[in-house]
Write a protein that binds this ligand. Structure first.
Ligand SMILES: *[C@@H]1O[C@H](CO)[C@@H](O)[C@H](O)[C@H]1NC(C)=O
Ligand SMILES: *[C@@H]1O[C@H](CO)[C@@H](O)[C@H](O)[C@H]1NC(C)=O
Length: 283
């Protein structure tokens, strides 16, 4: 190994260490002292107003399952978002949905400006499995004019697409691209947290994906891929279940079978400033 290679590796290690000190844009890692009722009141972590079924409160759908935290939950706890037959938001009868929105993320705030890295971990709940005949959106950035999702983590049977194995997590770029590109996909392995980070360059309009399983440090799994992340907006973390056999406006027209009791466990939701190249690969 030449000294230049050694230097390159030393500087990579230095970046990984320095990564612990990336400035935070928002932090959705919740302490064990926050109760489910705490999600109903104004709090520093997530919006208490959106997104949930009409007439519901977050305390009726948030679960605090305990158990081992995700990679970046060194001192914080997992949060589960569940849906039921009542999870009808804003007259969208084709969907069942509930999502957490970071409290500071207004749609025009700095979380969608400059260069930022979004972190989140997801895990299945064996007690509340999804129905993989449906398409689900688990994490997405929805543009401030609601015209697109610039990045979206999906699972299940994707509408309008041949899905080889619906038990897969597929991270799509801007869904208004023709066709939308899959930035990264991975089996939705049960019983462990799957950890993602996505560096969103709102100047160069690119996305770079990092991934790991369990407590392994994140690794880059793509380069910075051209992806139109313009349009600002809000980050959503939860379960948005689309109907089957819908046509036209899928917010209204899909079929949803009754008896829904489904959820996804989240951990390590935060966003950091990567304008100087800082990306946390481990806590
Ligand atoms: C899964 O969804 C499909 C389509 O709505 C439905 O036909 C099927 O009964 C559902 N399965 C379960 C176990 O709920
Ligand atoms: C969806 O359409 C298919 C094909 O027509 C049908 O077999 C299936 O029962 C429908 N599913 C629901 C939940 O209506």
């Amino acid at each position: 190994m030449t000294s230049i290679h050694s230097l390159a590796i030393a500087s990579l290690l230095a970046t990984a260490v320095a990564a612990q000190k990336c400035a935070l844009q928002f932090d959705g890692r919740v302490p064990s002292t926050l109760t489910t009722a705490g999600f109903d009141a104004t709090n520093q972590f997530f919006s208490s107003a959106n997104v949930l079924g009409q007439g519901l409160k977050f305390s009726e759908l948030i679960q605090l399952p305990g158990g081992t935290g995700s990679l970046f939950d060194t001192n914080t706890v997992p949060v589960e978002v569940t849906i039921s037959d009542k999870s009808i938001f804003n007259g969208q009868t084709g969907f069942r949905r509930a999502e957490l929105l970071p409290a500071s993320n207004s749609g025009t705030d700095p979380s969608t400006q400059g260069v930022k890295t979004l972190h989140f971990s997801v895990m299945k709940d064996a007690q509340r499995p999804l129905n993989l005949s449906h398409e689900y959106q688990l994490v997405f950035l929805e543009s401030n004019d609601f015209s697109t999702n610039q990045v979206v983590l999906k699972t299940g049977t994707i509408l309008g697409q041949a899905t080889a194995d619906p038990d897969t997590l597929q991270l799509f770029g801007n869904v208004n691209a023709n066709p939308p590109q899959v930035l990264f996909s991975t089996p939705f392995t049960a019983g462990t947290f799957l950890n993602f980070a996505v560096t969103l360059d709102f100047n160069k309009l690119t996305s770079q994906v990092f991934f790991s399983q369990g407590n392994a440090p994140l690794k880059a799994v793509t380069q910075a891929i051209p992806n139109d992340v313009s349009g600002q907006g809000q980050f959503h973390f939860g379960v948005l279940k689309k109907g089957v056999n819908g046509s036209g406006d899928t917010t209204k027209n899909g079929v949803q079978e009754a008896g829904i009791d489904e959820g996804i466990i989240f951990g390590g939701i935060f966003e950091e400033d990567s304008s100087a190249g800082c990306v946390s690969l481990s806590p």
